[in-house]
Design a protein around this ligand. Structure first.
Ligand SMILES: [Mg+2]
Length: 314
C-alpha cells in the first residue's frame, strides 16, 4: 500500500510547519493547503487519508470546508480533525459533525495527543483500504466462479447448463420482437473412430480444435455450447435461415480445410451440421429448435456426412 496522505490546512505557515514536523514521526506523506479553497483543490488532486483542518481562516473557514467535503461523494468519508484556538467549552460547535469521523484538537496543541489521534485515524484508514481490497478480490473471485459454472472445461465453450437459460431467454426475445433465431447442431464425423484409432487424448485435441474453429467463425452475438460428447450447439440470434446456412457452411469448410494434429499425427476431421430457425420452422417451444436441428443433423449424417442440412417437416 502507498503511504497514506494527510492534508494539513492552516493559514499560518508556522502552524503548518510544526504539524508537518510532528507528522514526520509517522509513516505518512504530508500535503498542505493555506486556505479553504486550496484545501478543496488539494482534495480533488490527492487521495487523502485524513485532514487536519484549521477552523479559523480568512475567507472560507474550516467548518465551511468540512461542509463542502461532506457534500462531495469523493471526500464525504475522509476523517477530519479540526485544529482550533477556540476554547474547549465551545466544543458543542462540533456536534454537527460528529456523525462522520471527526475529532478536534486545541491550540496550542499537545504533540502526544495529536500523534495519538492521527494514529487512530490512520489505522481506521488502513483497515478500510484492506476491506476495499478484500471486497474487490471477492468480486473477482465471484466473477471467475460464475464463469467456471457455465463453461465447459475441455472446449472452453459454454456448457449445457448455461444453454438451458440462454435458449429460453433468446427464444422469448425472438417471439416478443418477431426477430429470427437460428440453431445449429454440429457433430464431429466419425468421432468414435478417431478415439478408437488415435486414443482419447487425441480425441480431446480434436474437440478443442473443432471448438476453436467454430468460435473463430462466429460473430460476437452468436453463442456456442458443448451439447454432448462431440456435439456442439450454436445459437445465432437475429439471424435468418440464409444467414444461418452461410455460417454453418463456413464452419463446415473451416473444419475440413486443415487437418487437426498434434506432434504425432494429423487427421482431417469433418463435421455434419443440422440447422433449424424461427420463424421459418415454427418452433413453438424453445426445445423444439433443438429437436428440429438434431433431426436435420441426423439427415446430414444419413446423406453422407460433411454437409449442412436444414430441418424439413416430414
Ligand atoms: Mg487560522
Amino acid at each position: 500500500m502507498d503511504k497514506p496522505k494527510i492534508l494539513i490546512v492552516d493559514d499560518r505557515s508556522e502552524n503548518r510547519l510544526s504539524l508537518e514536523l510532528l507528522l514526520n514521526e509517522i509513516d505518512c506523506e504530508v500535503v498542505t493547503a493555506t486556505s479553504g479553497n486550496e484545501a478543496l483543490l488539494q482534495l480533488s488532486k490527492h487521495h487523502v487519508a485524513m485532514v487536519l483542518l484549521d477552523v479559523q481562516m480568512p475567507g472560507m473557514d474550516g467548518f465551511e470546508v468540512a461542509t463542502l467535503m461532506r457534500q462531495n461523494s469523493k471526500t464525504r468519508n475522509i476523517p477530519i480533525i479540526f485544529v482550533t484556538a477556540i476554547n474547549k467549552e465551545q466544543k458543542h460547535i462540533f456536534h454537527g459533525y460528529e456523525a462522520g469521523a471527526v475529532d478536534y484538537i486545541c491550540k496550542p496543541f499537545d504533540p502526544t495527543i495529536i500523534l495519538a489521534k492521527v494514529s487512530i485515524f490512520l489505522e481506521l484508514y488502513r483497515y478500510r483500504c484492506d476491506l476495499e481490497e478484500t471486497q474487490i478480490e471477492l468480486r473477482d473471485q465471484k466473477r471467475i466462479l460464475e464463469k467456471l459454472c457455465i463453461t465447459d472445461d475441455l472446449t472452453g465453450l459454454y456448457n449445457r447448463r448455461h444453454l438451458n437459460n440462454i435458449l429460453k431467454q433468446e427464444f422469448e426475445r425472438c417471439l416478443r420482437y418477431e426477430s429470427p433465431l437460428a440453431c445449429l447442431m454440429l457433430d464431429v464425423d466419425r468421432f468414435k473412430d478417431i478415439n478408437d484409432t488415435y486414443g482419447h487424448s487425441f480425441g480431446d485435441t480434436v474437440l478443442r480444435e473443432f471448438s476453436r474453429r467454430i468460435r473463430f467463425t462466429l460473430r460476437a452475438s452468436d453463442i456456442a455450447f458443448r451439447f454432448g460428447g462431440e456435439e456442439v450447439l450454436v445459437l445465432l440470434p437475429q439471424t435468418d435461415i440464409e444467414g444461418a446456412k452461410q455460417t454453418a457452411e463456413k464452419i463446415r469448410l473451416r473444419c475440413a480445410a486443415k487437418p487437426v494434429g498434434d506432434a504425432n499425427q494429423a487427421v482431417t476431421v469433418t463435421v455434419s451440421i443440422g440447422l433449424a430457425s424461427n420463424p421459418q420452422h415454427q418452433a413453438v417451444l424453445h426445445n423444439d429448435l433443438i429437436t428440429f436441428a438434431d433431426n436435420a443433423l441426423s439427415r446430414a449424417k444419413e446423406k453422407g456426412r460433411n454437409r449442412v442440412e436444414e430441418y424439413t417437416r416430414l
